[in-house]
Design a protein around this ligand. Structure first.
Ligand code: FES
Ligand code: FES
Length: 155
């Protein structure tokens, strides 16, 4: 049994402690926005936030997360209104097949929360998610535009 704080709700899930968090989120909680790609922590499709930090949930046993830690999935990121990263993604039409894009958006939104003005090198080194469709130029442009929008909204 594990008690988790997911998108602001406390949930009890009856799972083995070594169950990957991704399985819990998708199969037990029913939040299927977070995707399964490689299953070994390499591709980033399963990225969500744990206390605001981009985390690859396929490689994290549920027992490694405490109830005091806030898990946010894509469903929670855009719950009230779209996050600026989601708005920019739609505006620039970044996604192609879309499979990797939830993980991209979660990684990018975490990066911008920690580094409001990332350089191109920062973006290339921090966003290591894999996209089989090759949307990397769109992702780079999207991060830069989202950073500008978020800075303008703060000012
Ligand atoms: Fe988790 Fe690929 S599915 S990193
Ligand atoms: Fe298709 Fe990235 S948009 S895998």
């Amino acid at each position: 049994m594990a008690r988790l704080n997911i998108n602001g709700k406390l949930l009890d899930v009856d799972v083995e402690e070594d169950t990957p968090l991704l399985w819990v989120i998708r199969d037990h909680v029913g939040l299927t926005g977070t995707k399964y790609g490689c299953g070994v922590g390499q591709c980033g499709a399963c990225t969500l936030h744990v206390d605001g930090v981009a985390t690859r949930s396929c490689a994290l046993p549920v027992s490694a997360v405490t109830v005091d830690q806030k898990i946010v999935t894509i469903e929670g990121l855009g719950a009230d209104k779209q996050h600026p990263v989601q708005q920019v993604w739609a505006e620039l039409d970044v996604a192609q097949c879309g499979y990797c894009q939830v993980g991209m958006i979660m990684a990018v939104s975490s990066l911008l929360a920690q580094n409001a003005k990332p350089s191109e090198d920062d973006i290339r080194s921090e966003i290591s998610n894999i996209c089989r469709c090759g949307t990397y130029p769109g992702v780079l442009a999207g991060v830069q535009l989202a950073a500008q929008r978020m800075a303008a909204n703060k000012g």
